[in-house]
Design a protein around this ligand. Sequence first.
Ligand code: ADP
Length: 400
Amino acid sequence: MNQKHLLIINAGSSSLKLTLATLPNYTVLAAFLAERLGADTPTLTQKAPQSACTPLSTGSSHQQALEACLERLQEQGLLTHEPDAVGHRVVHGGESFTDSALIDEQIITAIDTCSTLAPLHNPANLAGIRAIQTLYPDCPQVAVFDTAFHQSLPQAAYHYAVPRTLYEEHGVRRYGFHGTSHRWILQQASEWLNQAPERTAIISAHLGNGCSVTAVHEGQSVDTSMGLTPLEGLVMGTRSGDVDPGLFDFLLRRGYGAQAIHDMLNRESGLLGLSGVSHDMRTLTKAAADGHEQADLAVNVFCFRLARYIGAMMASLDRLDALVFTGGIGENSATVRQRTLAHLGIFGIAVDETANNQTETDTATSIQASGGPPVLVIPTDEEQMIALDTQRLTNARRTT
Ligand code: ADP
């Protein structure tokens, strides 16, 4: 089969991640990270191959960052012709997208319409799509939505108990995010379990800087912890996760402005807010081990909230084939896994300490003590999931 070169683009509000990979045997040839776009001092780093990891210069727009990456790829002889296709992570697909989509002007309009739900992210994703259209007008592009996997949520799981008009007029409901990662985890877990994804029931805990947990029943997302925005649910690096909605009014009456409250809950809360030290779990578990009480508390609140949510996800399942930890924290922090699982004995879940301390970095590892449902640690790979969707949809186009 012909080798295909794919670009995978994840354009954030002030950042851009670009990966060049080949299929059918997924191989990453190069990866870049541009940060502080839109500011005076944008930075661009090549992350892979390791030998090329040097800071590069870039202009401050998404288009300029993209051009700088492509120039570099051409210099290195890694991209000698137009890519075969480009896959984009798009944050919000609202209720319009239940799957990834081959991009055309109609799809672009629909993504633009969803910008009301993700005002920082969708315009950045569109900037990435437009930049590729300018550079490679004939190259097929695919949008892979963070929300699409969760469109299978039943009404009982996605409605908030607020006046119905908020849903009807403004689309206020729970959407859920990290769908690409949870979908990848479903595939990997079902492979490990040796059963079809559509017959698999898992709880997937994606724990990175953003964190969410999802219940999957017979291959479909049936509940998830993030909601209208990625603020709901678990404790995260700098996001609070759930708080009493009454907090908003409480703070407004004490003179805080709406923007200040928004910033506080999104950027100054979570692990950072609680510990006063760092948003970074590696730093915190180390500080906790060294006796830092607030760091220890932050880790405990994080783990208890997670355990509570895993318990809540059980309400959507009739069995559990596997509980899976993934993301930077889920894959790497034995402390977080151990402290979380310690709360879940009532479900027969228990951790094997030796296995928990010796997980693999590139494949699934089982860490449960004997007798209970499998508890797995599986590395996530959102880029590969986007690449596979991009190939699936561009192939479908060729055959129709
Ligand atoms: P993002 O959501 O930005 O993709 P990642 O999935 O890379 O983030 O996760 C970042 C988190 O993973 C950080 O809190 C980091 O401290 C944590 N992490 C990475 N390695 C370890 C480790 N060895 N021990 C504990 N936490 C780790």
